[in-house]
Design a protein around this ligand. Structure first.
Ligand code: 5GP
Length: 220
């Protein structure tokens, strides 16, 4: 059975990395390591946090169609290398991507079966109310935040699930619940269920055979 693709997304600063780390501790998922042209931060390791490459290397892979999705974010390129994700899915492993919103929507377009989980900060509506009615932030900041908040609300239907990251443990619990529910979908379980039915069918055949024999093979 092919693995499932889960995409964690959300605005920068919402805590995707923290939730992701906790989720990976508690369930089996193949985590897709992104490629980026951003220089490593102290402590970050090539091949663990990202594949750190220069722009020509990134662009060469892009030209070959080697990315499942990619986006430019604050002056740097980020992308999900396609091959490792495909390999893991074919092996039957579930895959997790943790990427920004534009990239997540590209994945959904290319692979509609992908499950998009949108992480939002707590009290988005409260943020909006405060921004509008108090107006203490500088106008440019208010505008950008409002735009982002409005975009998120308008586009919520494009994601499959929304998880509020207020209390970390609750967000992780919700995320794991979504994984469990998706893994239990009847369409995914179809194969396993028909195998079980086939087993039952063969049991019934065996039983019939035993009964036939006990009746001397007359079929009575
Ligand atoms: P950072 O530079 O802070 O590690 O990441 C910046 C943003 O890029 C975060 O929102 C992160 O989720 C996102 N990001 C990381 N890898 C990828 C990727 O492969 N594709 C896309 N579209 N976004 C990514």
């Amino acid at each position: 059975m092919r693995g499932q693709l889960f995409v964690m997304t959300g605005a920068s600063g919402v805590g995707k990395g923290t939730v992701r780390a906790k989720v990976l501790e508690r369930t089996r998922l193949f985590y897709s390591i992104s490629m980026t042209t951003r220089p490593p931060r102290p402590g970050e390791r090539h091949g663990v946090d990202y594949y750190f490459v220069d722009r020509p290397t990134f662009e060469a892979l892009l030209a070959q169609g080697g990315f499942l999705e990619h986006a430019e974010y604050v002056g740097h390129l980020y992308g999900t290398p396609k091959a490792p994700v495909e390999r893991a899915l074919s092996r039957g492993e579930d895959v997790l991507l943790e990427i920004e919103v534009q990239g997540a929507l590209q994945v959904k377009e290319r692979m509609p079966e992908a499950v998009l989980i949108f992480l939002v900060p707590p009290s988005l509506s409260e943020l909006k109310r405060r921004l509008v009615y108090r107006g203490t932030d500088d106008p440019e900041r208010i505008r950008r935040r409002l735009e982002q908040a409005e975009w998120e609300i308008r586009n919520a239907h494009r994601f499959d699930y929304v998880v509020v990251n207020d209390v970390l443990e609750e967000a992780v619990r919700d995320f794991l619940a979504i994984l469990t529910a998706e893994r239990r979908r009847t369409e995914r379980m179809g194969e396993a269920l028909s195998r079980a039915l086939a087993r039952d069918a063969s049991l019934e055949e065996e039983l019939e055979e035993i009964l036939r024999r006990s009746h001397g093979g007359t079929g009575d």
